[in-house]
Design a protein around this ligand. Sequence first.
Ligand SMILES: [Zn+2]
Length: 480
Amino acid sequence: MVSRVSEIVSTANCDPESASLTLRYRARWALPIDAPPIENAEIVVRDGRIIEVGHAGNGLVDQDFGEAVIIPGFVNVHAHLEYTVMRGLLEDMPFFPWIRLLTALKSHITPKEWLASALLGAWEMRSSGITTIGDACDGGFSLMALLMTGQSGIIYREVFGISPDEPIQEIVSSLQKKVASMTETVTQAGSDRIRIGISPHAPYTVRGELFEALGSFAKRYSLPQTIHLAESLAEEDLFQKGIGPFAEMFARRGIAWETPQLSPTRFLDACGAITPGTLAVHCVQVSQEDIALLKARGATVAHCPKSNGKLGSGFAPVRAMLNAGLAVGLGTDSVASNNNADMFEEMRSAVFTARARERDPMALTAEEALRLATLGGAEAMGMAQEIGSLTPGKRADFCVVNLSASHITPAEDNPVAALVFSARASDVIATFINGTVNRKSQEIEEAVSIMRMTRRKLRDALSLEQSKLEKMMTGTPRNA
Ligand SMILES: [Zn+2]
């Protein structure tokens, strides 16, 4: 495994010779997103940018993908690459023990293991057409992973602090040091594809005064921020009524809690935490007034339908958000609550949950879902000038999806429906970033074996942590 920035740069730059050539690719379809679908399409790239997208000519091309569709690279607006090692580990449990065990297991993982975990997550995403990621990370390893795979994105450094015992000034100055170090890493790597931001974790893990301080910190240094917001009923109950598992945990830990009697969204706004460009993640428990407030403050939304479904959180009102004019993107969240990073499944889930919620087959169309997964995500992350559509001048970040597999065929007259309702991550046959495709590296193979060992260790640690949690919640140890 590489760990120094100088080593990372050499692995991130794939195919440097081809970067300055003019390259032409052809496929049965191209879906530019900001323009109508093109049949018999050709895309021309040079210097990492899209030069032209249109109907195929008669000249030679560098590659003809045949019965396939070229689309912009997916934008996954909310992930936790570092948690890849937790895939399938915390299953079939309510939200509160799920998040407590996830937090407890973190202490059993070494830096080398965190990097392997983040790298495998980034590679899974790159292989399945995701070229940009909004990642919330606690250890900074996602940044190293993205520098190695070449993907772009915003790495939001997480910050926690619910207990008044932790002085605000210390938390902010520690965060400032971490952000400075990550920014320096990006500069040293010479990357113009990654920004550093902050992620005050959630209203139930960050207290009001800390939100205020972090809001001013983000504003002072023009840092983008993302916040988990209004995800579960447990969170809503804590803020509106002062009851439920979070309130009980605060009582056990001796944390004084004054119930705001506000929705989590209104509470955050009262703390000045919802600033222009704040990416609010989940927003399942939001009223029409909360949605209007998010829009008025210039916030954007990360919609994570699969994660919300898996954790039984509910359906976010995505139709109402789009009607209100909010910029919304799709997020896979971590594979601890998903269990993969497949944007096709995410698009399908967005459509199905919106239609089921509204009891209306027109509540979200396939075309809208594809837009959420690409240009919508770019808008939600403030990156639409650079990515999200096949537009001349934008970065040559795109993927090619095979349309000839038996579970997709026939797809020739409706490639959008084929992508949203039939395709899956394994149908992606190539992912281009800056106009080049990169190959699986030795580091990825090494990361797989590191993760297997880490996983065995975590499986043992899980029994211990479950027993501690049960003791804390009931006073009786598990298996006692
Ligand atoms: Zn999350």
